[in-house]
Design a protein. Structure first.
Length: 252
């Protein structure tokens, strides 16, 4: 049996995955709107063919994982190619600290940078955080591919470990909930496709930011504020992703 060494610090992300999934299920229309924006931007920047545009392929895969109808996906691609759309979204990232010093990254797609900046700053200020300068916390995260497989879909963990390593994975993390396979961004698509071809059902597969180290919150007020800040940010139409280094299991 191969020794499993976690290269990236921190606990299993399953708690985060389950929490986010529940929120997305409750706000399906808003999720589709956000996914549509990401498809539009990816198609405009790299072309409408996912076979030659990895960013678009990733955006479409994510949309399908959330059961976004094919018609919605097609409409988003047509908008990107100029079919009656005047939407002009740009990618913006905000960095700062949440309550208790938790590092936070907020990725947005917006057609009004001033509006989005004001709203994100308000969320940080209202819940005990501080919006910082570019680069103030991003160095604390690594951009990685993250693939999650639920425990019930893993028949032989050793076999899965070997397959993941053969597909170029950097790390393999097992827990009672399932396994996480971590890759470099440039091998993510190949690893994902290889696992799917081998018959594995993926609970999540995306390129994300993983914290190098995690922070715990012992103060109950800080925990409430952090949860509220994440909820407000994730509910905002312009916000695509919220990344943080809060150990949610260790601080609840």
């Amino acid at each position: 049996m191969l020794e499993r060494v976690r290269l990236l610090a921190g606990h299993s992300k399953w708690n985060n995955i389950k929490n986010r999934k529940g929120k997305e299920d409750a706000k399906r229309a808003k999720v589709f709107t956000k996914l549509g924006r990401s498809i539009i931007v990816a198609a405009r920047e790299g072309g409408p063919d996912p076979d030659y545009n990895p960013a678009l392929k990733a955006a479409i895969d994510k949309a399908k994982a959330e059961n976004m109808p094919n018609d919605n996906i097609d409409r988003a691609i047509k908008k990107a190619t100029g079919d009656g759309s005047s939407d002009n979204y740009e990618e913006v990232r905000y960095e700062g600290y949440g309550p208790g010093g938790v590092a936070v990254l907020v990725d947005c797609l917006t057609d009004n940078r001033n509006r989005t900046a004001a709203d994100v700053r308000h969320a940080f200020d209202k819940y005990g955080g501080n919006l910082g300068q570019d680069g103030c916390v991003s160095f604390m995260f690594d951009r990685k591919g993250l693939i999650a497989i639920e425990r019930e879909n893993v028949k032989d963990e050793d076999e899965l470990t070997m397959l993941a390593l053969d597909l170029g994975a950097d790390d393999f993390v097992g827990s009672e909930d399932g396994v996480e396979i971590i890759t470099a961004p440039d091998v993510f698509n190949a690893a994902k496709e290889g696992l799917e071809e081998a018959g594995y059902t993926l609970a999540m597969a995306e390129i994300t930011f993983l914290p190098q180290n995690e922070s715990t919150l012992a103060n109950e007020e800080h925990i409430k504020q952090m949860n509220a800040m994440i909820d407000v940010l994730e509910d905002h139409d312009d916000v695509q992703e919220v990344y943080h280094n809060w150990d949610m299991e260790g601080g609840e």
